[in-house]
Ligand binder design. Structure first.
Ligand code: MGD
Ligand code: MGD
Ligand code: SF4
Ligand code: MO
Length: 692
């Protein structure tokens, strides 16, 4: 491989911080990581980025295909052997029960090229509608809300550095201080002007940034954000702070929303949320009085059974104030995974074709079928979303063989004991990964794939900006690119069409498939991206890209944004000695932890599950700092070490979800989902906490 430094981006989150990987003089040593100047990270990296290259040299890296033996152990096998067996089994199941008995589960960490090829593989080579991906656990509520309101789902419809000049930023359920540390640079300006407003039931790292006159922290009961947003909207209307000119020129539905918030006067909102009425008034006036104001949502408000409606309430507020559709203001959601944005545009979603096209739209089907070289009628219809897809594994009439690419579902899906059981009922489970994740351990066949710095491709960051991932090191001899695996399987399944191995060719095909769609990449290519052009989509052929969408019109046919009235249902309330459980992230660990639990510098500070709780909650239950605690409900139980902090509400405890087995927070979460987005309720459950 090349011995020159490679300019690439971090393997982890959607900030996609720019870095340079410099090969060591000793070929066996991992490359050195340096932060690189880029508008999102400005040379900064977090601890995960700095240590990312360590995983390239790990001894427990998967280096050959594995098959499960009768005694439950794994043995190495040849590629021909495993690919032949997968093709044989899939063909048998298809013939016996139909193509929908074969499922595919993708990930928001895959490059655009792999995500595109996986969606095409499911529809064209397997002929199945049963594909969905882990972005369903991540971005789906905000995506559903943005699509309903604006007709388009681009997480941030403006470049991140627009935030630098803001006078007010309202962040709901987002903890960028831990989840995207270099992002905080873009909040320095608003902090200096005293305008950072953080809404979180915990005094999170981000909430702490509001101290010393930098802004304010509102601490509602978990799951009551929609009521809070309705209360703020009520004040905006009652105090005549609406942008009436904007509402009449560029939106529909504002009258219905005005009526729907009429009863949410601040004192009533205080009773529901716990946020003082004067703070609710203050937030409304700060947002309305700012020259430049933004509203941002994160998983804290989106991962609920009413997450779509809560994101909608945030959008309604932004629209009432006229914060959307102009420079210097906006609503956005902070996409999470490295390619969480691109991963949801190119066909991994069960209801979409490349270009964020609806799979039920005849024109979309005809366009994509022409690119794929198939009859439109051969493309299956909509499938089922992630939670349902996992639940259908092994069930009567459900999935019998499942291929997983880029997700560790037995740690990260809700109600994981049920997921484990469903997967155990499959005839065939194939997991592609570079480590033996907890999900891979359950597989019949494990396929060793390439890590980020071993491959070429593209990612789309949280601003809808397409960037290049570049190869810096050579992969182990027997690890294979997923493009190669999909081509080999497509050939064995006699699939029509072209299955290129070259990411640049696959990108060109993706660009053609996306042409004319909402997320149009048709003007882009690897060669153009290599020039360093700022490539925010839509980037149709002949254009220069779109850093700010919606300046002239929204993406609905009439060009107008929709305000949609929403009504809180409220989460299940704790009774007696029960408390609310919220789950989320800590700085050092990433997601299901497959990667970060293997890096000593990241794992050592928090090697085991911890539970955050208020000192009063602890005292009432005889729990002490550092003591073992049992967190339980009807679905399961975990043991964790107590971390006492006055920063969390006394009625709430917090568990990170990065740990596996009997330390998995998802033993306690429910698989209830939002009816619009199919997002599970990761951010709320009712539990008891007792000394272990
Ligand atoms: N260190 C680290 N960084 C990451 C990741 C990681 O795993 N680790 N993952 C990446 C991914 S995929 C994602 S999606 C992002 C997620 O990024 P964030 O959304 O910032 O992360 P979370 O910790 O899931 O949730 C944010 C906050 O929501 C709060 N919260 C919980 N319930 C509620 C509620 O009902 N209302 C409100 N207002 N707040 C609530 C939690 O207390 C928490 O502080 O992070 C990305 N970055
Ligand atoms: N309780 C609770 N649960 C949650 C959340 C929460 O806040 N609370 N958050 C949810 C969210 S937002 C998300 S995004 C999910 C994430 O959870 P997961 O979907 O489990 O995501 P990762 O842990 O990133 O899993 C990725 C796996 O794929 C592998 N991998 C990485 N890159 C590639 C690749 O290119 N190809 C292949 N084949 N494999 C690859 C990694 O080694 C790892 O094993 O968790 C969700 N689960
Ligand atoms: S903030 Fe995200 S992209 Fe940046 S270094 Fe950390 S994990 Fe990587
Ligand atoms: Mo996520």
């Amino acid at each position: 491989m090349t011995s020159r430094p490679a300019d690439t981006h971090c393997p982890y989150c959607a900030l996609q911080c720019a870095m340079t990987l410099t090969p060591g003089t000793d070929a066996a040593a991992p490359p050195t990581v340096t932060g690189r100047e880029f508008p999102t990270n400005r040379g900064g990296l977090c601890k995960k980025g700095w240590t990312s290259a360590e995983l390239l040299g790990r001894g427990d890296r998967l280096t050959a295909p594995l098959v499960k033996l009768a005694d439950g152990s794994f043995a190495e096998a040849s590629w021909d052997e495993v690919l032949d067996r997968i093709a044989r089994e899939v063909t048998r199941i298809r013939n016996e029960v139909g193509a929908d008995a074969v499922g595919v589960f993708g990930g928001g960490g895959l490059t655009n090229e792999k995500a595109y090829q996986l969606g095409k593989f499911a529809r064209v080579a397997l002929g199945t509608s049963r594909i969905d991906y882990n972005g369903r656990f991540c971005m789906s509520s905000a995506a559903a809300a943005a699509t309903r309101a604006f007709g388009l789902d681009r997480g941030l419809p403006f470049p991140l550095d627009d935030l630098d000049a803001a006078d007010a930023v309202l962040m709901l359920g987002s903890n960028v201080g831990d989840t995207m540390p270099p992002f905080v640079q873009h909040l320095q300006g608003v902090r200096a002007r005293g305008g950072l407003i953080v809404v979180d039931p915990r005094r999170s790292t981000t909430a702490q940034l509001t101290a010393n006159g930098s802004g304010l922290h509102a601490q509602p009961a978990p799951g009551t954000d929609m009521a809070l947003l309705l209360g703020i909207s009520h004040v905006v209307i009652a105090d005549d702070l609406c942008d009436d000119g904007f509402l009449s020129a560029r939106t529909t539905g504002s009258d219905a929303v005005r009526r729907s918030v009429a009863a949410w006067w601040p004192e009533r909102t205080e009773q529901v949320t716990g946020v003082p009425a004067r703070v609710i008034r203050d937030i409304a006036h700060r947002l309305a009085g700012a020259r430049s104001a933004y509203i941002l949502t994160g998983r804290g408000v989106e991962q609920h059974v009413d997450g779509t409606d809560t994101a909608t309430a945030a959008i309604n507020l932004a629209l009432l104030l006229g914060l959307v559709g102009r420079e210097g203001a906006g609503y956005g959601t902070l996409t999470g995974q490295g390619n969480g944005q691109g991963g949801r545009e190119h066909g991994q979603k069960c209801d979409q074709l490349p270009g964020s096209r609806k799979i039920t739209d005849p024109d979309a089907r005809a366009h994509v079928a022409a690119v794929w070289g198939v009859d439109p009628a051969a493309i299956p219809g909509p499938g089922i979303p992630a939670v349902e897809l996992l639940a259908s594994c092994g069930a009567a009439g459900g999935i019998r063989a499942l291929l997983i690419h880029g997700s560790n579902v037995v740690v990260s899906a809700p109600d994981v004991s049920r997921v484990r059981e469903s997967l155990s009922l499959l005839d065939l489970l194939v997991v592609s990964d570079f480590f033996l994740s907890e999900t891979a351990q359950l597989a019949d066949i494990v396929l060793p794939v390439l890590q980020w710095a071993e491959e070429e491709g593209t990612m789309t960051n949280l601003e809808g900006r397409v960037i290049r991932r570049r190869q810096a090191v050579a992969p182990p001899p027997l690890a294979r690119s997923e493009l190669w695996i999909l081509r080999e399987l497509a050939a064995r399944l006699d699939a029509p069409g072209v299955w290129s191995l070259d990411p640049a060719d696959v990108f060109d095909e993706l660009a053609r498939a996306s042409a004319g769609g909402l997320s149009d990449y048709s003007g882009l290519s690897h060669a153009l991206l290599d020039t360093g052009v700022a490539a925010h989509w839509p980037f149709p052929h002949g254009s220069a890209g779109t850093p700010r969408v919606f300046l002239d019109r929204f993406a609905h046919d009439d060009g107008r944004a929709r305000l949609v009235p929403v009504r809180p249902r409220g989460p299940a309330a704790p009774h007696g000695s029960e408390v609310n459980l919220v789950t989320g992230r800590i700085l050092e660990h990433y997601q299901s932890g497959t990667q970060t639990r293997r890096v000593a510098e990241l794992n050592d500070p928090n090697p085991r599950l911890t539970v955050q709780l208020h000192p009063v909650t602890a005292r009432d239950r005889g729990i002490v700092e550092g003591g073992r605690v049992r967190v339980a409900n009807g679905r399961g139980v975990v043991e964790a070490e107590a971390r006492l902090t006055p920063g969390i509400r006394p009625d709430t405890v917090f568990l990170p979800f990065h740990y596996a087995g009997d330390e998995s927070a998802n033993l306690l979460t429910s698989d209830a989902t939002d009816p619009r987005s199919a997002m599970p309720e990761f951010k709320h459950a009712v539990v008891t906490v007792t000394p272990a």
